[in-house]
Design a protein around this ligand. Sequence first.
Ligand code: ZN
Ligand code: ZN
Length: 136
Amino acid sequence: MLNYFKRYQVGLTLNDLYPALEGICACGCGSKLTKGKKKWFTQECRQEAYIKFAIVKGDTAVIRSQLYALDHGACRCCGEITKDWQADHILPVFEGGAGCDLSNFQTLCKDCHSLKSISYPKQQQSLHMQPQYSQV
Ligand SMILES: [Zn+2]
Ligand SMILES: [Zn+2]
């Protein structure tokens, strides 16, 4: 259902990510559902699931606000705090880093982000070279 090579998970629904479980909270906390509760044990369970769902789906606004709460705009590479910080996929999308939760995101300043972008195309080229080697 998830495409780890696509930045935006078009068509992904909350039910895909959090299907209702028989008698247990759908968020994964393991709490047994008490009377009158159909899917979520608490409102917090529901809220956290919605946030994680938005992040996995690729919702930039949610990703940025959650990442800001974590890093406060400080670059994880050089420590600089800037206004135009970037939300960077730690494992890049072209290597299968999409569709992940906040653990695959980091705050980078513009300079560190562009340095990372410069160093990555080389690796992409080496990936393209692999088929040639296997043909020999
Ligand atoms: Zn829960
Ligand atoms: Zn930096």
